[in-house]
Write a protein that binds this ligand. Structure first.
Ligand code: NAP
Length: 259
């Protein structure tokens, strides 16, 4: 059977959990060499072990995507080990729930650093190597919260809007270098990220989950697999005519309204 990412070196940030983890396992099954990045070493190494035990190739690289030196070292490690980066999937991100006046200045800085600078830095340090080879695909993780006004997501929405704008602007600059840059725009996907904010930011997590389900036409939350398959499409040459585009995987949350 033809695999879709045979021998493609793919770097996935925040791949120790949730959507990143699921994408790492899927990309490896499709023949990719997967660089599993995460802050959480135990989780990242567990993903690498799972890939290797299934016969795939993977390497764990611990790095904080919001720290320039850490990201520079990660990119250099990948280049020393494999000599190229075919796919960069900027997936790592953190959440924040609150209306703007409730957001601490430190929380604002933190989420901007991880969700926006954490996309800028891996791109900045990988692009020169992609440009040398006139090849590369970058996938940036946005969110449907960038497109719809969602209650108590001011800081988070601002970061994901920035990622979408960055994706479009970058594509213009790097199209002449043979590099494609697209964004994933998920709705609410059941992962540890969502489990945590349901527990920590809502008085009644069950009522919150019922209301989240209602705003998606699917009536259900998405799964990490739903997003991983979209990421696989963007990583593969099957999406070669997609450039600077958002890809929605949101159960209808962005464009649908049932009342
Ligand atoms: P997740 O399960 O929490 O996974 C995110 C991973 O990123 C975690 O392993 C986390 O490590 C890691 N991480 C956090 N900060 C990092 C940093 N500075 N450097 C490196 N790694 C870091 O979350 P998820 O739901 O899969 O979300 C993945 C991405 O999808 C995020 O960008 C999120 O905003 C986006 N997204 C999610 C949803 C959703 O509903 N789940 C919807 C739209 C978009 P720790 O565990 O140590 O924090």
């Amino acid at each position: 059977m033809n695999k879709r990412l045979t021998n493609k070196v793919t770097v996935i940030t925040g791949a120790g959990s949730g959507i990143g983890r699921c994408s790492a396992l899927l990309f490896a099954r499709e023949g990719a060499v997967v660089v599993v990045n995460d802050l959480n070493e135990a989780n990242g190494r567990a993903v690498v072990t799972e890939i290797q035990e299934a016969g795939g190739q993977a390497l764990f690289v611990e790095a904080d995507v919001s720290e320039a030196e850490s990201v520079k070292t990660m990119v250099q490690t990948v280049m020393d080990e494999y000599g190229k980066i075919d796919v960069l999937f900027n997936n790592a991100g953190i959440s924040n729930v609150g209306a703007l006046h409730e957001v601490d200045v430190e929380q604002w800085d933190r989420i901007m650093n991880v969700n926006v600078k954490g996309v800028f830095l891996p791109c900045k340090f990988s692009l020169p190597f992609m440009m040398e080879r006139y090849a590369g695909t970058i996938i940036n993780m946005s969110s449907c919260v960038a497109e719809i006004g969602l209650a108590r997501r001011a800081a988070y929405g601002a970061t994901k809007g920035a990622v979408l704008a960055l994706t479009k602007a970058m594509q213009v600059d790097y199209a002449p270098h043979g590099i494609r840059i697209n964004a994933l725009v998920p709705g609410t996907i059941m992962t540890p990220f969502v489990q945590n904010y349901l527990q920590n930011a809502y008085d009644d997590p069950q009522a919150a989950i019922a209301s989240i389900k209602k705003r998606q036409l699917s009536g259900e939350l998405g799964t990490p697999q739903d997003v991983a398959y979209a990421a696989l499409f963007l990583a593969s040459d099957e999406s070669k005519f997609m450039m600077g585009s958002p890809l929605y995987i949101d159960g209808g949350a962005t464009f649908g309204k049932d009342a």
